[in-house]
Design a protein around this ligand. Structure first.
Ligand code: GLU
Length: 385
């Protein structure tokens, strides 16, 4: 058993929450940013590639514009983001430059990771930045993202970026130091979990729904991020970002929760499918189909019991077991209307029902990834990696 060290990781995505970087009255927390940039400098000097996913545009824009605590309309928060982002990117660029590092700003909208062509394009740009030894500083493009087309929280955005770039570690710097058996603000008996082997339904139930005022996240979106990351073979760490030098604090032994990566990570094209944030539909399947999927087979119409959602052929859908747990995700071979018509039908009947010769699988195995877990414990108490 070896001890955990950040220095073992070669490509690390670090996500910074708004509350860590921005103080409501005084604005950007310069000293804290300088300490984090110095940590990034140390890890880079050791040969690691670092990607930064930084929140704070809206919070900083609010402070600069003197908007106080008032609730903002969509266009006001978009305007605040426009003002805040330019200052945020400037601050990152300067702080990293003080450590001899170049940086480049990347602003993403949901479609940049959810549409395959744009995903490949974003990946090529970020890879090139890394090759040029510039630290990508990434945020959601809040000035154009409206509710239907936004990630909404940078935890999932960071997980999507980490898996897209094949990072081996995702660090979520947060206002909480890790995962507890229950939200500790509400339950003083909650126990800290140093290691999570797998994010099972039991682990998810520990998250509660808490979110702090400045960030949209909360433990729930952090676990969603963890599922995306670990499925693709990226380990995830949640730790407190509230202290100075929060990354070196991990090296000094301050506590954190480590979410271990899957032993059978999905690769390439399937990473993109597994990380899709908003599946367009849901197929509930019988037990025979669940077993077939778990043994690597395609999903046939015969095993599909319920079809929900208004999806088109090629969209991502979630596959659920009868008790409502997600088992898999995949690109569906039929539009929703046809999927409803052939659900439960034997392969031989499909042509008669549809009136055209069609493919036999509802989701072909090449377009399908297992995302669910058996509801086992998923907790271990030894902090090793
Ligand atoms: N993109 C938002 C911002 O920069 C933050 C989203 C989040 O806090 O997760 O203000």
């Amino acid at each position: 058993m070896s001890t955990f060290s950040l220095r073992k990781y070669r490509r690390i995505t670090v996500k910074i929450g708004s509350a860590l970087l921005v103080d409501r009255s005084s604005g950007l927390k310069q000293d804290w940013l300088a300490s984090l940039a110095s940590d990034i400098g140390k890890l880079s000097a050791d040969g690691a590639e670092i990607l930064v996913v930084s929140s704070g545009a809206i919070a900083l824009g609010r402070t600069i514009l003197g908007l106080g605590r008032k609730a903002l309309k969509l266009e006001e928060s978009q305007a605040a983001a426009a003002v805040g982002q330019i200052a945020l990117a400037g601050a990152w660029s300067q702080a990293l430059a003080c450590n001899g590092l170049r940086s480049g700003q990347i602003l993403l909208t949901l479609g940049d990771t959810e549409e395959r062509r744009r995903y490949l394009n974003a990946r090529a740009t970020i890879s090139t930045l890394l090759k040029m030894k510039a630290v990508p500083v990434i945020n959601e493009n809040d000035t154009v993202a409206t509710s239907e087309i936004r990630y909404g929280d940078n935890d999932r955005l960071a997980a999507r970026v980490a898996t897209m770039m094949g990072a081996d570690l995702l660090i979520l710097l947060s206002d909480i130091d890790g995962l507890y058996t229950a939200p500790p603000a509400r339950d003083p008996t909650a126990a800290f979990l140093p290691v999570v082997e797998r994010i099972t339904p039991r682990i998810e139930a520990m998250a509660g729904a808490a979110a702090s005022e400045l960030s949209r996240g909360g433990m729930r979106t952090k676990l969603d991020a963890g599922k995306i990351a670990t499925a693709a073979g990226t380990a995830m760490v949640i730790t407190a970002g509230t202290r100075l030098s929060p990354l070196m604090a991990i090296e000094r032994g301050e506590r954190f929760t480590l979410f271990k990566p899957s032993n059978h990570p999905v690769k390439g094209y399937k990473t993109w499918i597994a990380g899709q944030l908003e599946p367009s539909g849901r197929l509930t399947v019988d037990e025979g189909a669940v077993n077939a999927l778990l043994s690597g087979k395609s999903l046939l119409p015969a095993g599909v019991k319920v079809v929900e959602g208004n999806f088109s052929r090629g969209d991502t859908v979630a596959v659920l077991s009868r008790d409502g747990h997600e088992i898999a995700r995949g690109l569906v071979a039929y539009d929703a209307a046809d999927a409803v018509r052939i659900a439960g039908k034997k392969t031989a009947e499909i042509e008669t029902v549809l009136g055209y010769e069609a493919r036999s699988a509802m989701i072909h195995r090449d377009d399908l990834v297992i995302t669910g877990h058996t509801p086992e414990d998923g907790i271990s108490h030894a902090q090793t990696a």
